[in-house]
Design a protein around this ligand. Structure first.
Ligand code: ZN
Length: 65
C-alpha cells in the first residue's frame, strides 16, 4: 500500500504533492510561484541584514576657516 506522500508548503502550509524525482516543478517545495517569491523575499531580507553597512556617524564639522 503506497501512501501518497505530501509536503506542506513552508509559507502557507498548503499541502503540496511530492513530485517524482525527475519532475520537480519550478516552484517546489512551495505550492505556488507566489509562495516561492514570498520565501525569496524573506531570504533577501535576511541578506540585507547581513550586508547592511554599519552606519557610521561621521562627525562632519564645518570647520571652514
Ligand atoms: Zn504556499
Amino acid at each position: 500500500m503506497a501512501k501518497k506522500r505530501k509536503l506542506k508548503c513552508p509559507i502557507c502550509g498548503k499541502d503540496v504533492d511530492i513530485p517524482k524525482k525527475n519532475k520537480l516543478p519550478p516552484n517546489f517545495p512551495f505550492c505556488s510561484k507566489r509562495c516561492k517569491l514570498v520565501d525569496l523575499g524573506r531570504w533577501l531580507n535576511e541578506e540585507y541584514k547581513f550586508f547592511e553597512p554599519v552606519s557610521i556617524e561621521q562627525d562632519i564639522k564645518d570647520d571652514e576657516e
